[in-house]
Write a protein that binds this ligand. Structure first.
Ligand code: ZN
Ligand code: ZN
Length: 267
C-alpha cells in the first residue's frame, strides 16, 4: 500500500505561516495494485485530482462524515468531470449519503448540479472493497453529528483512518480493542495539552490520550492527523518532544510520523 497525504488539517485550511507544507484539509490516498482508495474530500483532494493521470484504476472514495473540512474539495475534484474515471462512493449508510451528495452541489452553493455530472457514481457500503482484495471494517467514532473510522486490511498490512474522534479516559477501552495491533493508525490529533475544559467537548483528541491508546492497543506506526489550523512550528516541536519522551519512558517501539501535504509512506 502506498499512502499519500494530500490534506492533513482540520476545520479550515491552515492559517499558519511557518509550516508551508501543512495547508489543506483532510484527504488521504491509499493506492494498491487494484484500486485507489481516497479518504475524505477536503481541500487536499483538488491537488490529488489534478495529479491523477491513470484513468484505468478504479477510485473508491470514502467519506468519514460531512463537516465542511471533509467535503469542501469535492466539487473541484477534476475526475468527477471526466467520464473515463471509474469512481465509486463508499459509506456505511447508503440512505444518508444519497441524500447528502446532491446537497453539496445545490445551486445555492455550486453552479453545477449533482445530476449534471457526466457519469453517475455508484454508492456502496465498505464490503464492496472486497472486490479489490481489501477488507474493510468501519467504526462509529465519537464526534458531534457522528463520524465513521475505517480499518483496511490488504494482504498482511493494516491501516486505520480515524479522523474526528474524541478519545478520553472514559471511552478509550472499545477503541483499544478495535484498533489492536494495527500497522498504521491515522488518527485525529487536533489538540496537544491545552487546558481549557470546553475543548473537551469538541469531538477531537488531545495527544496524550492518543499516545495512551497507541501503547495500550500496540499500534506500530502513529500518524497524528487533522491538526488545528493555527498549528505552528513551535507547537509541532513540543508535540514531538512529548512523544519522544513518552516513547522512551515506556520503552515502547511505537514509531510516529507527523504528516504534511504530499508526504508518501509505503506499507
Ligand atoms: Zn474535521
Ligand atoms: Zn468533524
Amino acid at each position: 500500500m502506498k499512502i499519500t497525504f494530500y490534506g492533513v488539517c482540520g476545520s479550515s485550511p491552515s492559517i499558519t505561516k511557518d509550516l508551508p507544507n501543512i495547508k489543506h484539509t483532510a484527504c488521504v490516498a491509499v493506492e494498491t495494485d487494484d484500486c485507489l482508495i481516497i479518504f475524505d474530500a477536503g481541500s487536499g483532494i483538488i491537488n490529488l485530482g489534478n495529479a491523477l493521470t491513470d484513468v484505468a484504476k478504479p477510485i473508491l472514495l470514502f467519506f468519514s462524515h460531512f463537516h465542511y473540512d471533509h467535503i469542501i474539495g469535492l466539487p473541484y475534484f477534476s475526475p468527477l468531470y471526466d467520464p473515463n474515471h471509474n469512481i465509486t462512493i463508499i459509506y456505511p449508510d447508503i440512505k444518508k449519503i444519497k441524500s447528502i451528495l446532491p446537497k453539496i452541489f445545490d445551486s445555492d452553493f455550486f453552479p453545477i448540479s449533482y445530476s449534471q455530472l457526466p457519469k453517475e457514481m455508484p454508492v456502496k457500503t465498505p464490503d464492496f472493497c472486497s472486490n479489490f482484495n481489501v477488507s474493510v471494517t468501519s467504526y462509529n467514532l465519537n464526534h458531534p453529528g457522528g463520524c465513521y473510522g475505517y480499518r483496511l486490511n490488504h494482504h498482511k498490512n493494516s491501516l486505520i483512518y480515524a479522523t474526528d474522534n474524541q478519545l478520553d479516559s472514559k471511552n478509550i477501552t472499545p477503541f483499544i480493542d478495535s484498533f489492536k495491533d494495527c500497522d498504521v493508525l491515522i488518527h485525529d490529533c487536533y489538540f496537544f495539552n491545552e487546558s481549557q475544559e470546553n475543548l473537551k467537548t469538541w469531538g477531537h483528541t488531545f495527544l496524550p490520550d492518543l499516545v495512551s491508546l497507541c501503547f495500550k492497543a500496540n499500534i506500530h506506526h502513529l500518524i497524528p492527523f487533522h491538526y488545528k489550523p493555527d498549528i505552528s512550528k513551535e507547537y509541532l516541536s513540543n508535540m514531538i518532544t512529548y512523544l519522544d519522551s513518552h516513547i522512551s519512558k515506556n520503552k515502547s517501539s511505537l514509531r510516529y510520523t507527523f504528516p504534511y501535504d504530499d508526504l508518501t509512506i509505503h506499507l
